[in-house]
Design a protein around this ligand. Structure first.
Ligand code: 5GP
Length: 192
């Protein structure tokens, strides 16, 4: 998606060999016009799959999941939670996810009543690296007998294995921008 690639080129910062920082428009400060354009783009790419719910994981995925769901005729968004809380229902599905950015294992949880059996789930997230977050959300869907009809990612790090593995599994994966590498802090993008 041209506008996202432009924003990455203008404001993205490459940290070390493998971290992409887009805090200027996506992960800390949000460019709302770009966010809703991304939602429109996700909706255009997945509308024919007729998703009934968008699933993401807190916190960074929520904004773009809402934007996508709004453009998919205002279907609901469910976000998996990372910490157990006192208001948590005992009837939850859960999966372990190793966090790329926090370098620790999280348990992600969804209350079963929010993802009813048979839901057609569109998974949305901000980044795809090793694929742990997406695989964790797919595991939640499998536990609840829901069908994953697609996976939409804002920024795929094409030099990491997550995307390749999901495509090999036959997952309908669509990434709005693909980073091919980082050189001296400069982010290299596919189709540039
Ligand atoms: P994965 O589970 O695919 O290894 O990593 C995806 C998750 O880690 C995303 O939910 C995202 O929050 C975070 N992440 C992975 N790589 C990056 C990165 O380069 N930059 C940022 N900001 N987050 C990342």
């Amino acid at each position: 998606m041209k506008e996202l690639r432009e924003a990455i080129r203008m404001h993205g910062v490459g940290l070390g060999q493998d971290v992409v920082k887009v805090d200027m428009f996506l992960n800390h400060r949000i460019d709302t016009a770009l966010l809703f354009r991304m939602g429109e783009e996700f909706a255009a790419r997945f509308r024919s799959e007729e998703p009934t719910v968008v699933l993401t994981v807190e916190a960074s995925g929520i904004a773009m999941a809402v934007a996508a769901a709004h453009h998919l005729s205002d279907i609901p968004v469910v976000f998996a939670k990372k910490g157990a809380t006192v208001v948590q229902s005992p009837d939850v599905a859960q999966a372990k996810v190793y966090s790329f950015t926090h370098k620790r294992e999280n348990v992600i949880r969804v209350d079963k009543k929010y993802l009813p059996k048979g839901s057609r789930v569109l998974i949305i997230d901000d980044f795809l690296a090793d694929g742990q977050a997406v695989q964790g959300m797919m595991a939640l869907c499998a536990q609840m007998d829901c069908e994953v009809v697609g996976v939409g990612i804002a920024v795929e790090k094409g030099f990491m294995p997550g995307g390749k593995n999901l495509r090999a599994m036959g997952v309908n994966l669509q990434s709005l921008a693909i980073v091919t590498g980082i050189e001296d802090g400069k982010i290299l993008l596919e189709n540039d």
